[in-house]
Every structure is written in C-alpha cells, then in structure tokens.
Design a protein. Structure first.
Lengths: 327, 557, 252
C-alpha cells in the first residue's frame, strides 16, 4: 500500500489508489498552471505599475506562435487526463467475472441490502476483503446514489433501471456510505456503514446469522409457483414458454433474429414488459407484472432464475440460442 | 493615492437620461435601454438579497454536524430556493440585462437596442416569472433542488413545485427576448466604421451569450413545462412507473443548464476583457483569439451536457465522448486566461478598483476552471461527483467568476451610469475583502468534497465539522464584502465626485459621450476610425507624455 | 422613441429598420424551432418506446379532416406569399361595387379566412376527441368509442377498431397509460401550433387594418413581409406535425 494523499479518506478498495493517483496527477498539473499564471500576474503587477499618470503601455497586439503553444500544450495535457481517467472509468464500468453479487435497494430514506445467501441488512453492508463484489442497485421510488468515499466509487440508483457497480475491498474496517443523489427530506440520513471483513470472518458472519428463511432463491422459487410462472416456463421445455434452465448469462435468440445476453436487466425487463423482447418460436402470451411485484420480489425471482443456471438445459424448448444460430 | 489622472472640475451634464423626464410612469413605460438596465439592476439586486439571505441561513445551519437552525425539510427548501433565486433570477440576467443592456448600444454607437419595446417587455416578463417563483417560496417553498430531477419533482415532492416551474418557464422568455434583441442589435445597429473586428470584446462575449440564450432557453422551457404537466395531470413522460424515463429529463435539462453556465460566465469574461486593457493602457493581447474563444465556448458548450451524468449508468461510450468534449471546452477558457495575463506584460498598470476585481476574477476563475478538469475526468468523477467538490467548483465559477465580473463591471461603468465616482479607497478594501472571504468560504469545500461529504446534506458526520465551521466563518467575511459596495455605491449616486466623460480613460465608444449619457446616447452619430483598445493613436484621451515609441498614424477628432 | 413617418427614431434609414425587423423575425423563428424541437424529441423517444400505443392513437385521428386542413394551410401560405408580393409591387384592382381595392388587402383577407377555417376544423377534431374520452386525465379511456358506439358510427369500423384494440392490448397491457402519453403530446403539439395560428390571425387583422389605411407601399412593406415569414413558419411546423401524428403506422 502506498502512502495516502493528505485530505483524502481511507483507501479501502482497489479503485482508491488509482483515483488518488489520478487526483495527484491532475492536481500537480493544475498547480503548475495556477502558480505560473499567479506569479506572472504578481510580477507584472509590481514591475509594470504605472509610473506617471499619462503613461501608456507598449502596444503589443499578440503573437500567433504563443497562441498556438498555449492551445496545443494544454490540449496534450488535457488528453492525458482524459485518457487516464477513461482507463479507470472503463475498468469501473466492467465488472470482472465471478463476482460476489449483493442486491441493494434504495428507498426514501433507507438502504436494504441482501447477501447472496439471503441475509438482509438495513443501512449496513458486510463484504469480504480481497473478493470482487458487485452491487446490483434498484430504487423503489426516486433516484438515489450509493457512495462509499473510502472505496472512491458511487453509482446512481435509478427507478426503472438496474445499475451495477463493483469494487474489491482491500482493507478490513468500517467505512461510511452515503446517498449522494438528492432524494427528498431525509436525504442526509440515508447512509450507513460498510463493514469489510477478513474472508474467514465474513464466512463466519454469514453462517452465524442464518438466513435460510430469507434466502432469495427460496423466496423466488416460492414466488415462481405462486405467480404461476411455473405453468408456462416448464423446466423440461414442454411448456408454452421457454424453459429457464441455464438461461442466465447465456445468449437468447429473439423473434426478430437478434441475440441478447440474459443478464439481470434482461430478466427484469422480461418480467415487467414481457413483450419487449420475444424469444424466437414463442408467442407473446405472458402478462405484464408491472406494478404487481415489489423490487424485492423481482430480485428474488431474478435470484431464483440465476440459481437455475446450473440446471440441465432441455434439448428443445430452451430459451438459450443454439450455438449454431449465433449471429 | 489614486493613480487616475487628477480630474479637472467636471460638471454634471444638464440633461441626461436620468433627468430627461420625471415620474414613475416615465420609468415604468420607458423604452430607453439605459433606464431598463437600471430597472433590472434594482430587481436582480432584490433576488440577490433573497438568495444571499438563504445562503446565510444555510451556512449558519451547517455550523454543527446535527444542524443548528432548521428542520431537514426547511433546510432542503433553503438550498433549493437559494439555487433558484440565484441562478435563474440573479446570475443569468445580471450582467447581460444590466450591463449588457446599458452598454451594448453605447459601445456600438447606436441610439438604442433594435427593439426597445421588446426590451421593456423582457423586464416585465422577468417580473411576472419572478412573482410566480416568489409566490412558490411564500406558499410552502420548494424542496426539489434547483435541478428539478424527476421523479422527485414530478411525483414525490410535497412542496410548491408547480408555481416555481411556471415562473421559471415564463422567465425563460425574458432571456430569449434579451438574446434576440442583442443579436439583432449587434448585426444591424453598428455605427459607421464599427466593423466586427473593432467591436469591444464585451460585445463579442454578449453575442456568444445571446446565441446560448436563444438556442438553449426554449429547450428548458419545454422541459420544465413537461415536468410541470406531468405533476399536474399525472402524465408519464419521465415517470418510470408509467414507462417514462427519468434520465430523459436529465438530458433535456442539462442540454440547457450546462450552456446556462456559459450565459453566466461569458459576459463576465467580456467585462474582464474590457477592464484589463483599460487599466494596463495597451491593446489586448490576441484580440481575435479572445473573441473567437467566446464563440467556441458557446458552441462546444452545447455538446458537453452529459458530463453531469457520468454515474447515472449512461453508456460507457457516451461517457467517453462527453468527457473528451468537456476537455475540449477547457482550451478556449485557458486561451482567455493566457491572453489576459500577457496583456499585462509591459503595460502601464494602475491599481484602480476595477483592476483589483479583474485580478480577483482571474485568480478565482483559474481555480474554478482548473477544478473543472478534475470533474471532467471520468475516473475521478466517480468519486467527487455530487460531493462538496462540485459545490465548491461551481461557486468558484459562478460567484468567483460571474459575480466578481459583475461587481467589477459595475465599478468600471459606475461613472458612466451615474456620472459620479465612488470612494476609491473603500472600494479597494471591499474588493480585497470579497476575494479573501470568498476563498475562505469555498476553498475548504474542495477538501470536504474529496473527503466524501455529499452535497445537499442537512446533517453530516462529525469529522467534517472543522471544515464546515471554517467555511461559515469565511462566509461572514464574504457577506461584509457584498454589503460594503451596496452602501458606498448608493451613497456615491448623490455625493460622489463628478466623473466627467472619461475618467479612466478608456478607449470605447461609450466613453465618448456624456456621463450619464443623454437619452439618445450621442448628440451626433459617431464614426469609428480607430482600432479597439488603441491608446497610441488617440490624442483625444490626453495620454501622450509618457508614451513610448509614439507614432500616430492617423489621429482623429 | 419618436418616429418620423414609418421610421423609428433609433434607426438611421428605412433599409436599416427593415433589415433589423427581418433579422429579428428570423432569430425568433430559430428559437421557435428549438421550442418545438424539445417536443419533437420527446415525441420521437416515446413513439419509439410505445409504438403500439402510438399506432393506436394515430388511428383514432380523422385523416380526412387532417388532410383537408393540410391543404387549407398550404393554400393560405400561397395567399400570404401573394399578399407580400402585391404589397411590394403596390398592385391595385377594381372590385365592382367596392371600387378600387389594393390586392394586398384581398390576399390578406383570404389568408385570414383560410387560417380561420383551419382553426374551425381543429375545434371539430378536438370535440371529437373529447366525446370519445380521449382527453388525457381521469376520464381517459382508449376503448370508450368502441364500447359506446353512437348511432352515426359505422358498425364495421367499430368492429375493426375493437379488434385492433384487442390485439394492441395483448401486445401492451398498459396501453391506456401509453396512449394517454400519445394524446398528451397530440394536444400539446397541435395546441401549441393552434396558439401560434391564433397569434398569426391577430397579426393578420392588424395588417388588414393597415392595408386599408394604405400603410403598405412598394417603399414600405416590412410588416407584411415579417408576418409572412412567421406565417410560413407556422405552416411548416404543421407540415411536420401532420405525418408524425396522423400518418405513421396508419393501417387501413
């Protein structure tokens, strides 16, 4: 671990050193220009102070080489800032494979988090150090924003969309998280603590507070039956709707010939607006569940569908695009 | 220890625009651009007071981590109303509608703006819009943030959103008509000899500003109208529950509201471009580059709006594009700063009050502009977006930049507007107080932001307290810096020393008529035969003795 | 500002005054383009998102009335252009009992009449929508007409509409809300356009008064020209509105 910048929060994630380096880089460049201009002004201010009331300055109208220089040099430096910033950002926007997925729901004015095994937390979030963690963010009402200064990451939580963010905690400890998109009266109270634990402690913590009851997969399976999804989405592929076995993360062939990846956003859309993307060879029969499921229930269903990833895929009637039909 | 040339015993002109006619009707029905400018001066000052009072309460409230003064709900209303009053009703009209209105016809040698009645109409529209907003403030306030993000503003907020939105919608037409008037005036009303490249840079800056006003304002008008209709009639343009997209609102909003920042800063840059050559007594360095950079800022400024949305989940490609374009718009701003600095080289620099404001402007705008580079940086923005870093950054631009320019400009042209000089020593003290107070108030907020304090928080973790107290302490000095000029400027209207036509002296056309000018501006239509900011070939300015390398090619008058 | 004849005091010459007025109108029209542009943008995005509902909405509009109105408006642009031309050349004609009349007055009146016809037809269309419960708000019901046909309705048409709605509902169960968006935009856009027409009609009345007073001569006809620009712009907006609202996705 490198030494920290002054005036910066703890460095507790993989992004923190990168963001701090970027900060240092830009600060130094800006400081150079600010100091150079300020010194020039101060020198001119005293050196060319008017000596007599009717004195006139030397008529200099400009110099196009100088103009070119102070357009090109800052442009090059600016492109450096842009490029470096872009590298960090692109990394942040692309989560690595095999992340620990935690669902986070924002509502006026609290945060609910749900661990993969179903443990629910309110205004608290426990994560293991050294593991890539991905947060899947949903909002029940207005736009919120999940912000952990010690991790140097934030992401808006937008109603009607899923946003995701990822980080790898590096240092065990307790760190503030905040809502940083203004969301109404108690916006400032909508925060809490992220606890980063050693992996072993995290495992113990998970098993210590048994969450089988609230396991989202179990809850999702129950919903899947209650909402009669199971009557059409028959797992062996003989139903009126495609089997969902193995569909998560796979390519799905649509009626219009295009192929989409079945990620969280696709599953969510398919539940809420079933006719937006119709799987090839199937009829648009499914009713919409818009307004009939809470965000938590949608997450539970999604978790259940994700758990089917390892189930055997039937030869016919699967939602997955056969490899031969790819593109 | 004034460095201006000693003034011979000037007399006030016996008839000018102020005393040509009398009575309240002669003001409320005037079509004289100079009187309309003064009407605006009065009304924007009212909004500045309202906004300033709200800011004071915000700063007092934040003295303690748990909040010192008001409930969370009230606090949210304070910062929202502060933003709405300051941005829509003070900053956007301040320089264009007051100084621009007064000066553009004078600077180009015209008798008035192209459409004097429409000019008066703009002011009345501003008043009507302002009344709606004040009505909203008085009946329950407004707690959506000045950005009116949906669905908070369209569904969830319980405050008086509808009248505020209507007020801002109406006020938009005031901006549009002012911009239209300026553009047409600059095109068709120039005096003989006033070519495009002899225009004062103040006029160029206003031309660029007007472009933004006419192209951007209609979009926000229609956007806010849609949000208002959505709220009133439960429509679903931006409501995810009805299939709408809240992010669409942000796109439409920032398409105007980012260029709106340039409506505030470009005219201030125009003011500084006038002050610096005048008090350095030499032509401005790189005239065409400063003029061109104004236009470049206005044009590129329309293509950067989504840099307010890097963490909304917008596509990575969009983010890359908008970050890149945001860095491009930094270049013309840098060009201006370098040119101003170079203008000082081998000048004859006086330390008069407007010049102190100009130095203050460069210093604060430098910090404000450079911190924009931090926010445009994608990787860094993930951390500092929506924190106090942003608050500090835009206050450096809008207050450090735009307001310093406005107050500096008021001092520079005060002798022209009123015919009298203000007390110089007091004015210099005020300028320095403003500069110091401003930095004490807002510099700590950069650090607060990097430490992770989100904006719009009525309560905060205790570790942020020291910096907040510092900021509040600075704000009290800042407040003093604003009150002083109000007092002595008002005093000087009656008791100030008579200024004469051209007290500094400056080269612009506005200084070749009486102070205050007559209603028709010039007794005879002037003819321009000199280049801008030329002190060498202007014997009429009375500056010949100390001039190095005097070679008057063609004197006139 | 005092004025000498038609020349206002702050201008030097009539040419300068004319150039200023014309440029002012052009700049104003640019802001108008952006004003409507925000609406067109919202329309496009929503049309893309809810194509079924917007298609159903389009189908409820009366093509004969809309198409007829388009013709009326194009004709009015023609008469407006003729008015400007006759003002510029100062053409005078002999009109029986009325005696000598300036052609500019005749063409201005024709334009006003056509504009009024357009607005009248718009009123008829709005009333239809009102009767069919297609005005956004609490009472909005996209199915109302097919479920409450009146005696004058063609039963075949009603049956076809019913079938189409059923299909649409299967595709988009929230169609009532989404069709409401279509009608909000329909009323918003055509309403704003109609408002511009009403302003235009007011301006025409003012011009007609001036033309009878003999104000417009080959030397001075700026008001006719500037109002002409405005009138053509309002027409052009309709030329975009008509296909967007009436024609896209229209299936017979």
């Amino acid at each position: 671990m490198q030494s920290q910048l002054p005036f910066s929060p703890d460095q507790a994630s993989n992004f923190a050193p990168h963001v701090d380096d970027l900060m240092l880089f830009i600060t130094l460049i800006c400081l150079f220009f600010a100091v150079a201009v300020t010194i020039a002004i101060i020198i001119f201010f005293f050196k060319y102070h008017r000596k007599s009331p009717d004195e006139v300055g030397v008529p200099i109208h400009g110099d196009s080489r100088l103009e070119a220089a102070w357009m090109i040099v800052p442009l090059i430096l600016a492109m450096g800032m842009f490029g470096w910033g872009a590298v960090v950002y692109v990394d942040y926007r692309h989560a690595p494979a095999d992340t620990l997925d935690v669902y986070v729901i924002g509502k006026q004015w609290m945060w609910k988090a749900q661990q993969p095994n179903g443990i629910k937390e309110i205004n608290e979030l426990h994560v293991p150090a050294g593991r890539d963690v991905r947060l899947i963010l949903a909002s029940e009402d207005v736009i919120h924003d999940f912000f952990v200064p010690a991790f140097r990451v934030k992401m808006d939580v937008v109603p009607g969309h899923y946003n995701t963010m990822w980080f790898r905690p590096t240092k065990p400890g307790r760190y503030h998280f905040f809502c940083s998109q203004y969301c109404g009266t108690n916006h400032a109270l909508m925060g809490g603590w992220v606890t980063v634990m050693e992996p072993a402690d995290y495992a113990a913590w998970l098993s210590g507070s048994s969450g089988a009851e609230a396991n989202p997969v179990v809850a999702g399976e129950k919903l899947f039956a209650e909402k009669a999804c199971v009557t059409c989405h028959v797992s062996n592929g003989t139903g009126r709707a495609p089997s969902l076995n193995g569909v998560y993360g796979a390519n799905v062939l649509l009626a219009d010939g295009s192929i989409v990846v079945a990620d969280e956003a696709y599953i969510r859309e398919s539940i809420l607006q079933p006719n937006a993307k119709i799987v090839a060879h199937y009829q648009p029969l499914m009713p919409t569940f818009q307004g009939q499921l809470t965000e938590e229930q949608i997450l539970a269903l999604t978790a259940y569908i994700k758990s089917l990833q390892s189930q055997p895929v039937p030869a016919t009637g699967a939602g997955i695009a056969p490899t031969t039909e790819k593109r | 220890m004034s460095t201006t040339p000693p003034l011979p015993g000037h007399q006030m002109p016996h008839e000018d625009y102020l005393n040509a006619t009398y009575g309240i009707r002669s003001w409320l029905l005037t079509t004289d651009h100079k009187r309309i400018a003064l009407l605006y001066l009065g009304s924007v000052t009212v909004f500045f007071f309202i906004g300033g009072l709200l800011a004071t309460m915000i700063r007092i409230h934040l003295l303690t981590p748990t909040g010192y003064l008001v409930t969370p709900e009230t606090y949210n209303k304070l910062f929202t109303m502060h933003g709405v009053a300051m941005i829509f009703f003070f900053l956007i009209p301040s320089i264009p509608a007051v100084l621009g209105n007064f000066l553009i016809p004078l600077m180009i040698g015209a008798k008035d703006l192209a459409f004097p009645k429409i000019n008066l109409l703009s002011w009345y529209i501003y008043l009507v819009g302002g009344s709606f907003v004040l009505y909203s403030f008085a009946t329950g306030g407004l707690d959506t943030g000045w950005t009116f993000y949906t669905p908070l503003s369209s569904i969830y907020s319980n405050s008086a959103v509808t009248p505020a939105v209507i007020g801002i919608f109406i006020n938009g037409f005031s901006s549009i008509l002012t911009g239209l008037n300026f553009i047409v005036t600059i095109h068709t009303m120039r005096a003989p000899g006033m070519t495009w490249f002899r225009l004062p840079l103040f006029v160029w800056a206003h031309y660029a500003t007007s472009l933004v006003m006419i192209l951007g304002t209609p979009v926000i008008a229609i956007t806010l109208l849609l949000a208002g209709l959505e709220r009133m009639f439960h429509l679903g343009f931006f409501n995810p529950a009805l299939g709408g997209d809240p992010i669409l609102f942000q796109h439409l909003f920032w398409f105007y509201s980012h260029p709106a920042v340039y409506i505030m800063i470009l005219p201030a840059m125009g003011v500084i471009s006038e002050i610096i050559p005048t008090f350095a007594r030499k032509p401005i360095f790189g005239y065409s580059f400063i003029a061109g950079s104004s236009i470049a800022i206005a044009v590129i400024g329309f293509l950067v709006w989504a840099h307010h949305m890097f963490v909304t989940g917008e596509s990575v490609y969009a983010a890359l594009t908008f970050s890149f374009l945001s860095y491009l718009v930094a270049i013309p701003s840098a060009v201006k700063v370098f040119n101003w600095t170079s203008t000082l080289y081998k000048g004859s620099i006086s330390w008069d009050t407007p010049m102190i404001y100009a130095f203050g402007f460069i210093g604060l705008f430098l910090i404000g502009g450079l911190t924009g580079l931090f926010l445009a940086c994608l990787g860094l923005d993930i951390h500092i977006h929506d924190t106090y870093f942003v608050v500090a950054h835009f206050h450096y631009i809008m207050v450090g930049g735009a307001v310093m320019g406005y107050v500096g400009g008021l001092h520079f042209w005060w002798p022209k507007i009123t015919g009298r000089l203000y007390p110089e020593a007091l004015a210099r003290i005020a300028a320095v107080t403003l500069f110091v107070g401003f930095n004490l108030t807002f510099f700590p907020q950069f650090i607060l932001g990097y430490l992770g304090m989100p904006r719009r928080y009525h309560t905060y973790p205790p570790e942020f307290q020291v910096l907040n107290v510092l900021s509040t302490a600075g704000a009290s000095i800042l407040a003093l810096g604003y009150l002083l000029p109000m007092l002595y400027l008002t005093w000087s209207m009656r008791y100030g020393k008579v200024a004469g036509q051209n007290p500094w002296p400056a080269t612009g056309l506005e200084w070749k008529t009486d102070s205050p000018p007559p209603t028709e501006n010039f007794d005879v239509t002037p003819e321009v035969t000199w280049e801008p900011y030329d002190f060498q070939n202007r014997p009429d300015l009375g500056l010949t003795a100390g001039a190095p390398s005097l070679a008057p090619a063609h004197g006139d008058d | 500002m005092h004025r000498t004849g038609e020349l206002y005091g702050h201008f030097e010459t009539l040419e300068q005054q004319k150039e200023t007025a014309t440029l002012g109108m052009w700049v104003f029209l640019v802001t108008e383009v952006l004003f409507f542009g925000g609406l067109f943008m919202t329309y496009t995005i929503n049309r893309h998102a809810f194509s079924t509902a917007f298609g159903v909405g389009s189908n409820t509009l009366d093509l004969t009335l809309g198409g007829g109105n388009t013709v009326v408006l194009i004709l009015s642009s023609l008469t407006m252009a003729m008015a400007v031309w006759s003002a510029q050349v100062g053409k005078v004609g002999w009109f029986g009992i009325f005696g000598k009349v300036r052609w500019v007055s005749i063409f201005l009146i024709a334009t006003l009449v056509l504009g009024t016809v357009f607005l009248g037809v718009k009123v008829v269309e709005y009333k239809q929508k009102f009767d069919h419960h297609l005005v956004p708000g609490r009472g909005f019901d996209i199915r109302y007409r097919s479920e409450h046909p009146t005696a004058s309705d063609n039963p075949k048409e009603i049956a076809a509409e019913k079938e189409e709605l059923e299909k649409a509902f299967a595709k988009d169960p929230d169609i009532n809300a989404h069709a409401q968006l279509y009608f909000s935009l329909y009323f918003g856009m055509t309403g704003l356009h109609a408002l511009h027409m009403i302003v235009g009609a007011g301006l025409l009345l003012w011009l007609i008064k001036g033309s009878f007073a003999g104000r417009f001569t080959p030397q001075y006809n700026t008001p006719v020209e500037v109002v002409g620009l405005y009138w053509h712009f309002v027409d052009i907006v309709w030329i975009y509105l008509f296909p967007l609202l009436y024609l896209i996705d229209r299936h017979q």
